[in-house]
Design a protein around this ligand. Structure first.
Ligand SMILES: [Zn+2]
Length: 254
């Protein structure tokens, strides 16, 4: 069995090599090693496949400090093993860290995903949008027509899905120019925005567009701003919800 070996970190000029806590490209970085750094390799393991300066390999070097680097960035004089296998079986690479979930009821805006044709659409309202639609119909007049599922790109950015294509947006048809209808919508806005948008956050609302004005969770404290998009939204209010709300993970839906 080979003994511990030494190697030299070899990266492109100006770059550094990230050492990681496990032999995986998704493991947390522990430190950065400069080009030319001499390292002591105590053992080698199989991990994530990496293409580096010395080809493509699953071999990772465990360094004396206890962290790991891909062998493809370490000049050892060999493409194969130069040090013993790390104790026993190779530990499986850790699973990628879960995407951070927004804190419940926080202001949060989720950009829509990429438009890759009709197959990228959700096919129907998300559970949260469906529940919000039912709630609106039960609580407000002039709610006979609430739609908004539509498989199409974002009109403002055609490389993105429309929020409607993700089933995360409702279009409540009400006319801003008809006082009774406008009153119903304005009562809804007053209700969800009260107490720093307590109910709006609980619903996961990330954008409202109504009567030439827009509010987004990204600029929550700026309130409603002038909306100059192609559709003035004078015949409907657009209600977009974030992914937590769409998945019924915010408090309103529990
Ligand atoms: Zn809309």
């Amino acid at each position: 069995m080979a003994d511990a070996a030494t190697g030299v970190v070899t990266v492109n000029p100006g770059y550094t090599l990230g050492a990681r806590s496990a032999p995986s490209t998704t493991a947390p970085k522990t430190r950065r090693l400069a080009n030319g750094t001499r390292v002591r390799i105590v053992c080698q393991v199989r991990g994530t496949r990496v293409t580096g300066r010395f080809g493509t390999s699953r071999l990772w070097d465990k360094l004396a400090a206890g962290d790991y680097v891909s062998d493809t960035y370490v000049q050892t004089g060999s493409d194969g093993r130069v040090a013993p296998p790390c104790g026993g079986d190779t530990p499986p690479p850790p699973p990628p860290p879960p995407a951070p979930a927004p804190a419940a009821d926080a202001f949060h805006y989720d950009d829509p995903g990429a438009w890759r044709g009709p197959s990228s659409c959700s096919g129907t309202f998300t559970p949260g949008a469906q529940a919000l639609r039912t709630w609106l119909k039960a609580n407000y007049a002039y709610t006979r027509s609430i739609g908004g599922y539509s498989c199409r790109p974002n009109t403002a950015n055609t490389s993105q899905l429309s929020l409607h294509a993700e089933g995360r947006a409702l279009d409540w048809m009400a006319a801003a120019g008809k006082p009774a209808q406008a009153r119903a919508v304005n009562r809804f806005i007053a209700r969800v925005s009260r107490d720093n948008w307590r109910l709006g956050r609980a619903m996961g609302i990330q954008e409202l567009i109504w009567n030439r004005r827009i509010w987004t969770a990204t600029y929550a404290s700026s309130g409603f701003r002038r909306y100059t998009g192609p559709n003035p939204h004078v015949d409907h209010i657009h209600i977009g919800i974030n992914r937590a709300g769409a998945a019924k993970r915010t408090s309103f839906y529990r």
